[in-house]
Design a binder for this molecule. Structure first.
Ligand SMILES: [Zn+2]
Length: 251
């Protein structure tokens, strides 16, 4: 059996039971043909990630299912693998040429990386740290709805960590930018890989310190203090926002 993970956009190929579809062979795939966009073979493990588009013919007994749902329904090992291979094949897709000299990149023999055929530089996969935080004030929590979110779902505040700052500083800055509030007692509680394409979500609690709630209108549609017995529509169980709101970090 070959461990081939097939992805289409944000979906993963699964069998009738919702587990990853195991019947594909590496010989089924040729890059640039029949909807196959990219293939990444991780030499250390033998696992293979394949990126296809809508032209690819789905094998009998298989279907595409949202990777996000897959994460929430499978154990930590399966989730890690599905997330890892998706991240790696997506990374390979976006890294065709050396950022330093522009020559083509090929697989690197010694590690999970790519090597430049021109200058020889080795390029490793990267992850982007992001923070997500739940601001608490007494028995109320701050939730917001972004402009991008079309289904009325509220979530925690989040954003990318900037070069030069600590993750705790990133939490305080993002809260200030999005809500105009000052917070304190920033405390780390857990993390989640989010390979769309390459994020690592770092989750924090923090406490309201001062300031008047005022949203960043370029990104945020609404922000409100909510009581836990009167919550708005939220992302599903297993999402890191849900875990923060429900204090579910007992892994
Ligand atoms: Zn190069």
């Amino acid at each position: 059996m070959e461990n081939i993970f097939v992805y289409r956009d944000r979906d993963i190929l699964v069998d009738a039971d919702g587990n990853f579809f195991k019947a594909c062979k590496v010989s089924d795939f040729e890059k640039g043909k029949d909807g196959v966009e990219e293939i990444f073979i991780e030499k250390a493990t033998g696992y293979i990630g394949v990126l296809v588009n809508s032209e690819w013919n789905i094998p009998q007994g298989a279907q595409f299912s949202p990777l996000r749902g897959y994460f929430f329904e499978h154990n930590a090992d399966d989730t890690r693998l599905a997330s890892r291979m998706r991240g790696l094949v997506q990374w390979r897709r976006s890294m065709q040429f050396c950022p330093a000299c522009g020559s083509p990149l090929v697989s690197y023999d010694k590690e999970t990386a790519l090597q430049c055929t021109g200058c020889g530089k080795v390029h490793y996969p990267r992850i982007e740290p992001c923070i997500i935080t739940l601001v608490k004030k007494g028995d109320e929590i701050l939730l917001l709805r972004t402009l991008r979110e079309k289904e009325g779902i509220y979530s925690c505040l989040s954003g990318f960590v900037e070069i030069g700052e600590t993750i705790e500083q990133a939490v305080k800055r993002e809260v200030k930018e999005e809500s105009n509030l000052e917070v304190e007692n920033v405390r780390y509680v857990g993390s989640q890989s989010w390979p769309f394409p390459d994020q690592l979500m770092l989750a924090f609690y923090c406490d309201y310190k001062s300031g008047e709630l005022k949203i960043q209108e370029s990104e945020i549609k609404d922000a409100q203090w909510f009581r836990k017995d009167d919550l708005p529509k939220l992302y599903g169980k297993g999402s890191i926002a849900w875990r923060l709101i429900n204090d579910d970090f007992s892994l």
